[in-house]
Design a protein around this ligand. Sequence first.
Ligand code: NAD
Ligand code: TYD
Length: 350
Amino acid sequence: MKRILVTGGAGFIGSNFLHLLLQGEGDFQVFNLDRLTYAGNLLNLCSVEDDPRYRFIEGDICDQKLVTEIFQSQEIDTVVHFAAESHVDRSIMGPGEFIQTNVVGTFTLLEAARQMWPEGKGRFIHISTDEVYGSLGEIGLFSEATAYDPRSPYSASKASSDHLASAYFHTYGLQVIITNCSNNYGPYQFPEKLIPLIIQNALSGKALPVYGDGMNIRDWLYVEDHAKALLRVLEAGEFGETYNIGGNNERTNLDVVHTICDLLDEMTEPLEAGGNRRDLIQFVKDRPGHDRRYAIDATKIKNELGWDPSVDFAQGIRNTIQWYLDQDEWTKAVLDGSYRDYYSKMYEGR
Ligand code: NAD
Ligand code: TYD
């Protein structure tokens, strides 16, 4: 029976992964170690908290004593490591937490695994981002062979953690697999990232902030498809390998915002003030060091592990909007927390 330590399972992608994992019949125990930062929300896990295979542990991945104690007492043989500070704009406002959690926290987990697992035992799936590769021009795709060129404190901290994970494979033979995924969207995403932020603002008739000219491109992937890819990696990924995961779905930010506006006009009551949602768009000062384009070549995971995204953007964005419309309570609970302070700090005077 596998004994899995998931870190950051109360966040956006981690909670979607836990839902998928626990939907399966598998014989395993899963422990979710999460510090419950502003981005960690136990409401995301209501539907799995009574599963006897699941247990939540509140704590910090940087806490070496706690991490070692969990490895020992729970006989952990698998790590799926999501925990991170994940928002680029926050990393620009204050990089310290990103270095601490993303670099020191990853190091702490790797070190515990190295000390606890005999050679040839254990598996450590390190979840990372395509942002480590930097910014693309108008053509080309990120492959697993693309050189790292991180440009924000967030991506630099993730790149550092990837290098540490890779070094533990080469130096100590730790059975590590790294995944680098493109931008995710879907249920349970904290409304600081583009898609849920635009949905919330457009619903309440607030301005829709688009950075710069709105022509930056991201490769959007529905979060359940990312979770499915990670399950395949867990089942069949090869140690020491990296897998790029992407949606083959490049869109400019402006196109994404337009799509959300038009769907909300169609799916909900008109705005009280009249007009349509596109009228709420405001171009604001660009993000410093704003990467222009990300796009993933996911051929390797497709050919080697048989994974392909199954939800196209038209369906995924509709599902996502419907989810936020249905989850009024979730949204209220999120919005009356620390989000408000952050929101005014970020957008005042912009
Ligand atoms: P998130 O910000 O929604 O969640 C992060 C989770 O980590 C939260 O539950 C938080 O409480 C927890 N956490 C933070 N610091 C911690 C600490 N020190 N100890 C324990 N728990 C801590 O992030 P997400 O969007 O779900 O991203 C998850 C992972 O996937 C991250 O590693 C991120 O870099 C990576 N990733 C994200 C995307 C994306 O589009 N969101 C794309 C590719 C890769
Ligand atoms: P984000 O969701 O922060 O993800 P990332 O920076 O990790 O790609 O941003 C996605 C894109 O949307 C990015 O190009 C920045 C842009 N953006 C806006 O134009 N307005 C916003 O309010 C936010 C949060 C992002």
